[in-house]
Write a protein that binds this ligand. Structure first.
Ligand code: FES
Ligand code: FES
Length: 169
């Protein structure tokens, strides 16, 4: 439960990349400011700052959310995943990260964190999405370098890797 303290701060507790965390914040602070400035997680990018480009996408309870337009207090009690949370402790890349690296599915990289997290959410819903489904999912995010083709191929590659892993288990 959120608590407003006398100095106008609000105490929030949530799960961040699998770890319980708590912070004092303000009612107007955005999730992207909390992550980037208060928690030093700079992998969440901010571009438009108004829910247009998707660069700031993080996962909240597994679903993509624009961190620039989400108040920090809204994640009280929820589970937030940022790009920093995908890599395994031993440094092994998540299959989506690995596929983006393999396909070189980025140029300036500004949209990449958001695209990877979006792909993560997509592959949690659809094991083998077709191209149309991938296009539809990533249509909420803008790549200014227009590298969409390689991004789509990277998502397909990740889907294949993940399906192969599951079959082997
Ligand atoms: S920076 Fe959040 S949607 Fe563009
Ligand atoms: S790689 Fe530059 S914005 Fe997508």
């Amino acid at each position: 439960m959120t608590t407003l303290s006398e100095n106008g701060k609000i105490d929030i507790a949530f799960t961040l990349n699998g770890q319980p965390v708590s912070r004092a914040t303000t009612t107007s602070r955005t999730l992207s400011d909390l992550l980037r400035d208060d928690m030093d997680l700079k992998g969440t990018r901010v571009a438009c700052g108004r829910t247009v480009c998707g660069a700031c996408s993080v996962l909240v309870d597994g679903f993509p959310r624009a961190a620039c337009s989400t108040f920090a207090f809204e994640v009280e009690g929820r589970s937030v995943t940022t790009i920093e949370g995908l890599e395994a402790e031993d440094g092994t890349l998540d299959p989506v990260q690995a596929a983006f690296a393999k396909k070189s599915a980025f140029q300036c990289g500004y949209c990449t964190s958001g695209m990877i997290l979006l792909a993560r959410a997509l592959l949690a819903e659809h094991q083998r999405p077709d191209r149309e489904t991938i296009r539809e999912w990533i249509s909420s995010n803008i790549c200014r370098c227009t590298g969409y083709q390689l991004i789509i191929e990277a998502v397909e590659e990740a889907a294949e890797t993940m399906a192969g892993k599951e079959a082997a288990e």
